[in-house]
Structure formats: structure tokens, C-alpha cells
Design a protein around this ligand. Structure first.
Ligand SMILES: [Fe+2]
Ligand SMILES: [Fe+2]
Length: 371
């Protein structure tokens, strides 16, 4: 910005001083000079115009320059105060500087001094504004780049997950739905935004280890032999190994989920038979959505069940699933929020999980938590 286009306000109760200063500044080339003889009007004028410089008389009737500065200070909440005070009293100079004025001019003033001080102040002011603009631009670019990186990252995770889906046709949009079940449960449990965001992104990776299971086992319609079962259950550790090479927090949670998503609260799960809080919280949360979705879905060994049947099996148990399999706090969160599970199952079918707009949960945008 050209220094001569900077906006200046002259405040002096004496009309003659105002006229003189305005003329001096105009002649020096300043094009945006306003004035007032009413100190009470300064605050509102500055709020509207955000002056680059206020030439402020100290001794004025009704409201003196110090009171004007106090008002400006309060309205700016400690921000930059572009005030150059005009005073005849030596004692006022120090007080004005302490009150936040940037500089002062002595009365009666000498025109070359006025112009030199005005110019100095405006140079500093404009440099400061330019710096702030550059910081804002930089901040914006960092935000855009962070968002791009994160989106690319999430896309990579979902692409990798889709590779596992192609092997196991039964899962289909199951891996996408588990993101939403986990999200709903984590919210109900009162987890913080970072965890909620992380589990949304990490959940689809739970079965990534199926990539390493031979098709004749993975796609077998009937029951497994003990050997086949051992191969099948190895997908948990295999998934953890696949994901374990990364330092990313998403993939670290992915490892926890892959490894622990078939463990049970009562210790009856696999691969390690871990119990209770030995199993990672993310895996315990994922497990609830995983089981609900499996109950609702058709499998070679079972038909698809409706919501109320799945609800009953989870809360009362059947020959395969028991309420003791679940963390009691997570089971309580499911009881509290099971209608959301029904909505998710009925809404999320083959959607693109990286598309924020297709999220079925009101108000949730998977990309809304950019950090
Ligand atoms: Fe699994
Ligand atoms: Fe699953």
C-alpha cells in the first residue's frame, strides 16, 4: 500500500489546529485525511475506518486524549494503537507513551517535525500490516496443504482397504459402515474429537490382513477345518504386521484394531485371548460395530437378520454371541445409541467413504477435524 493512501484521523477540539494539520498533510501528499473536533466520536470512527494513524490532542474538554486512548485500548483488546499524541505539556508525553501512544508531537508544533513523525509512524504501520497479510496468506497455504495431505492420506488408506475388500466379496460396504459405527460409539462414550476422527479413519483397516488369506479358505462357504481356521484367524496378526511399518497415528490405531478386533472382553477371543482392558479401546469399540454388521449381513452360514434380532442377540446372547463378549461400557453405549446403528446399516451401502458429503450422520464431516 502507498504510504500516501494511508488513512489518517486528526482529533483536536480547536478547529484552527485541525484545519492547519489537515492542510499540511494534504500538501505533503496524503490523500485520506479525516478529522473531528469531538473526542467522543473517535471510537466509533476508528471502528468503522480502522485508521492507520490517529493524531490525537491530549487536552480537550469533556473527554481528554487519555480517555480516548483508554476507549481505543479496550475496543482493540490490547492490539496495535496507531496514536500520535499532540501535547504542550512535558508531563503528558511520558504518560501518553505509557498509555500506548506510539510517539508524540509538541505544541506549538513545527511542520517538518509533524511530517517526519507522521511518515515514520505510517512506515511502521504499513510494514506491520504487510507482515500480517503475509502471515495470513502463509497460514492459509499451510491449511490448504495440510488438508490436501490429509485427504491424500485418507484416500490411500481407503484404497488399500478396498484391495482387501476385493478378495472378500461378503464384506463390501461393511468396511465403510464400521467407520460410522465406531464413530457413533466413540461419540456416545464421550471420546475427544481427535480419537473420534482417528477411529473413523482407522476402522476400515481392521480386516486388511485378509489380503494374505488364500482364497480357498477366505471364500469357503462351509465350516473350516482346524487348519483352515488357524489360517483364517491369522488375519488379525497379519493385518497388524501390514500396518505396523508406519509411524502414522492412524495406522498405529489401525494396528491396534487389526490385532484386537476379534478379542473378547471375557477373554474368549483371538489371537491372544486378551481380557478386558488388555484389549485396546479402539479394538473394543470396533468389535461392537463389526459384530452388529455381521449379524445384519447375509453370510454363507446364516441369513441377514433384522435390527431387532441383532439387538436381541447382542444384548441377550445366542449360541455364538454373548453380552459378556463386549466391554460393558461399550455395550451400554450401544444400548443408548442402537438406533444410529440401524440408520448406518440401512444408509451406508457402497458409498465412497472419502466423500465428506455422503456422510449419513448429521453434522459429521470426516474431514472436519483438520489439524
Ligand atoms: Fe476380522
Ligand atoms: Fe469386519
Amino acid at each position: 500500500m502507498d504510504i500516501f493512501h494511508a488513512s489518517i484521523l486528526i482529533v483536536d477540539d480547536e478547529q484552527a489546529n485541525v484545519v492547519l494539520l489537515e492542510r499540511v498533510l494534504h500538501r505533503a501528499g496524503y490523500t485520506s485525511v479525516a478529522f473531528t473536533t469531538d473526542p467522543a466520536a473517535v471510537l466509533e470512527l476508528h471502528r468503522q475506518n480502522q485508521y492507520d494513524l490517529i493524531l490525537l490532542d491530549i487536552q480537550m474538554p469533556g473527554m481528554d486524549g487519555f480517555q480516548v486512548m483508554d476507549g481505543l485500548h479496550e475496543s482493540k483488546a490490547g492490539g496495535y494503537l496507531p496514536v500520535l499524541v499532540i501535547t504542550a505539556h512535558l508531563s503528558h508525553k511520558l504518560r501518553a507513551l505509557k498509555a500506548g501512544a506510539r510517539d508524540f508531537i509538541s505544541k506549538p508544533f513545527e511542520i517538518p517535525e509533524v511530517l517526519a513523525r507522521v511518515r515514520n509512524m505510517l512506515e511502521v504501520r504499513l510494514l506491520q500490516k504487510e507482515l500480517r497479510c503475509q502471515n495470513d496468506r502463509l497460514e492459509q497455504r499451510v491449511q490448504v496443504r495440510t488438508a490436501e495431505l490429509r485427504e491424500g492420506y485418507i484416500e490411500t488408506i481407503f484404497t488399500m482397504t478396498r484391495a482387501a475388500e476385493y478378495k472378500d466379496k461378503d464384506t463390501g460396504s461393511h468396511v465403510q459402515r464400521v467407520s460410522f459405527y465406531s464413530h457413533a460409539l466413540a461419540c456416545t462414550l464421550g471420546m475427544d474429537k481427535e480419537f473420534v476422527d482417528m477411529i473413523f479413519i482407522a476402522s476400515p483397516m481392521h480386516d486388511i490382513g485378509k489380503i494374505g488369506i488364500p482364497d480357498h479358505v477366505l471364500l469357503k462357504p462351509g465350516g473350516f477345518t482346524p487348519d483352515e481356521w488357524a489360517v483364517m484367524t491369522s488375519h488379525a496378526e497379519m493385518g497388524a504386521k501390514i500396518l505396523g511399518i508406519s509411524n502414522s497415528p492412524y495406522l498405529k490405531m489401525g494396528v491396534e484394531i487389526a490385532l484386537g478386533h476379534h478379542e473378547r472382553w471375557d477373554g474368549g477371543g483371538y489371537p491372544y485371548g486378551q481380557k478386558g482392558e488388555q484389549i485396546s479401546l479402539a479394538a473394543r469399540i470396533l468389535n461392537m460395530g463389526d459384530i452388529y454388521d455381521a449379524l445384519r449381513s447375509k453370510r454363507p452360514y446364516k441369513p441377514a437378520l433384522d435390527h431387532s434380532t441383532a439387538f436381541k442377540i447382542i444384548t441377550l446372547g445366542d449360541c455364538r454371541t454373548r453380552p459378556e463378549h463386549f466391554d460393558p461400557a461399550i455395550l451400554a453405549a450401544f444400548l443408548q445409541n442402537h438406533a444410529a446403528f440401524q440408520d448406518i446399516f440401512e444408509t451406508v451401502r457402497g458409498m465412497d467413504p472419502t466423500a465428506a458429503c455422503s456422510c449419513p450422520l448429521p453434522g459429521y464431516d470426516p474431514f472436519s477435524l483438520l489439524t
